[in-house]
Ligand binder design. Structure first.
Ligand SMILES: Nc1ncnc2c1ncn2[C@@H]1O[C@H](COP(=O)(O)OP(=O)(O)OP(=O)(O)O)[C@@H](O)[C@H]1O
Ligand SMILES: [Mg+2]
Length: 559
């Protein structure tokens, strides 16, 4: 922030006649001189008011904003114009009784943002908060810091706000969020992995059980079929044997029938021969020679023929009888054979179908694929790939954990912060000892990494409580200048207010301090406003503002 000008109207002792202070570019050491109650501190307060809408009273107490407008005129109004770090030209008008707040950015009034938002925007343009401003930019006798031993709160302010290390705090907060996130994710992933593994195991156990029971089933079925095949074998063989016997029997009987048939034919032939012979005896005369055949001789022959015929007839009848009997037996055997055949066929087809079933089951047993279990196998497969995915994610998350751990150690007190502080402390110590030398103080001061100061004289440590008020003040100013020189490189704010901070320092040393401040103003391009109640050597100052109050405060530039 680079302040160009400020105009003050009706703030405390100020009146309607707006008093303006212009800030030159480059560094200046400016003295504000005036009697008690002339309005010097009010000028400094007007910065607090316009920039932060807050004013601290004596003993750092907050002042009610309603007590700030001039008691006669009211209508408090402060206008400030400054260039922000990002180059924006910022103009703020703030007033109380009536309340006014406008923000112009590069000449354009911001009408979109509400009051709170405008205050935040202003603080962003200023670049620091009120507390830091009061601690390190606008210091007064009432709350001048004991830089020899800063409180922890002040050290934090110094580091975080002025050396920009608050970003480490922000990063740490973000990192802690990420670490928590990572931890939560890992817990969830572990749970998910457990559940997935359990599910996979359980389904696999079930699949194995089903497979085993199916195999057992098959085995049992095979044993049953085998038993059934075995039980069929004996009756089958018996039927087969019986059929062979029947066949043999049939062949035997057929043979007999054949021989009987031959015998019958032979007998018939014989009978027909005999009949022919007997025909000759029909007329008792020889058909050829007509000789009488009824002689005893011929009768004898005829008788023997008749006898022969009877014999043959008897044989033939017997043969017929036997033939019938044999036919009957053959018929019975055929019936038996038919029955045997159908039994044979039945047993044969039973065995065949049992064999077929057996082969089928054996084949099924050999085939390890279990189509009905496919759905479960697929589920296991899917769960497996899900598990793999979660495990990969977990390993990524574990990598992240290690990464976070590394970042955490970088962002820790012993990490980057320590390195930064080490780099800060060294030049501060250098500036402090330079200031001490210029002020001719018979002490040395060394700040450690915790910003604690060790004061020594001729190599011997000094209990800082034993230092005189003026010595303490001077050492504090030396340390303050050390800090300010470095802070300027981080925060470009071109103003520094020192309100009566030189009280209890003797005039010779004040001259040394003024030399130091002049150097600080020039090397760091700061407008240092010095309020001091007693006469100071005008030579030291680039500008002298005379603050007078008749009725209202008037500012006159006298140098
Ligand atoms: N609301 C107000 N209306 C009118 N005058 C006020 C109001 N508030 C404070 N004052 C007076 O304004 C004057 C300016 O006070 P300020 O603190 O600026 O003086 P100073 O110049 O810093 O004096 P010192 O040297 O004593 O510190 C005081 O006299 C104070 O009483
Ligand atoms: Mg004052």
């Amino acid at each position: 922030m680079e302040v160009n000008k400020i105009s003050i109207k009706n703030m405390k002792s100020f009146g309607n006649d707006s008093q303006t202070i212009n800030f030159d570019s480059g560094g200046n050491l400016i003295l504000m001189s005036g009697r008690n109650g002339s309005g010097k501190s009010t000028i400094i307060d007007s910065f607090d008011y316009v920039l932060f809408n807050k004013v601290k009273g004596r003993k750092s107490k907050k002042v009610k904003l309603t007590s700030l407008p001039n008691r006669i005129n009211k209508a408090l109004e402060i206008d400030i114009e400054f260039k922000a770090k990002d180059g924006t030209l910022v103009e703020i008008k703030r007033g109380t009784s009536p309340s006014i707040l406008t923000l112009k950015e590069n000449g354009i009034e911001n009408l979109r943002a509400g009051k709170d938002k405008i205050n935040t925007l202003i603080e962003n343009y200023v670049g620091i908060d009120h507390e830091t401003f009061k601690g390190f930019i606008s210091m007064s006798i009432n709350d001048f810091k004991n830089f020899i031993s800063l409180t922890n709160e002040e050290k934090k302010l110094l580091l975080d706000k002025l050396f920009n290390l608050e970003v480490i705090g922000v990063l740490n907060t973000i990192l802690n969020g990420l670490i928590k996130d990572n931890r939560d994710k890992l817990v969830l992933m572990d749970k998910e992995i457990d559940i997935l593994s359990d599910n996979i195991n359980n389904i696999n156990i079930s699949i194995d059980k089903v497979k085993k029971s199916k195999e057992d089933d098959l085995e049992q079925q095979l044993v049953l079929i085998k038993e059934s095949i075995e039980s069929h074998k004996e009756p089958f063989n018996k039927v087969k044997e019986r059929l062979t016997q029947i066949k043999d029997r049939k062949a035997e009987i057929s043979e007999k029938i054949d021989s009987e048939r031959t015998l019958l034919i032979e007998s018939r032939t014989e009978i027909s021969q005999i009949d022919k012979q007997l025909k000759l005896f029909e007329n008792d005369k020889c058909p050829t020679c007509q000789a009488d055949l009824n002689s005893g001789f011929h009768k004898g022959i005829k008788e023997s023929f008749i006898e022969k015929k009877e014999k043959f007839t008897e044989v033939m009848n017997k043969v017929k009888e036997r033939g019938l009997e044999l036919s009957e037996r053959l018929k019975k055997l055929n019936t038996l054979s038919e029955k045997g055949d159908s039994k044979y066929q039945e047993l044969y087809s039973n065995l065949k179908s049992l064999k077929r079933d057996y082969d089928k089951l054996s084949e099924k047993k050999k085939d390890s694929s279990n189509q009905d279990l496919d759905e479960f196998v697929n589920t296991v497969k899917n769960l497996g790939s899900k598990l793999k995915e979660v495990e990969t994610n977990k390993s990524d998350e574990e990598d992240r954990k290690i990464y976070h751990k590394n970042i955490k150690s970088i962002l820790s007190e012993d990490g980057i912060k320590k390195t930064i502080i080490e780099n800060i402390i060294e030049p501060i110590n250098y500036h402090v000892s330079e200031s001490i030398r210029i002020m001719h103080l018979p002490f040395e001061v060394e700040l450690d990494n915790n910003f604690n100061a060790t004061v020594t004289t001729m190599g011997e440590e000094v209990d800082t409580e034993t230092l005189s008020t003026g010595e303490t003040k001077a050492l504090n100013i030396a340390i303050m200048i050390g800090y300010l020189k470095l802070i300027r490189t981080k925060k470009q704010i071109n103003v520094l207010f020192l309100d009566e901070v030189f009280s209890s320092i003797d005039i010779e040393r004040i001259n040394d301090v003024l030399l130091l401040l002049r150097d600080l103003a020039e090397t760091s391009d700061i407008n240092i406003f010095l309020v001091h109640h007693s006469i100071l050597d005008q030579e030291h100052f680039d500008k002298i503002l005379k603050i007078e109050k008749e009725v209202f405060t008037m500012i006159t530039e006298v140098k």
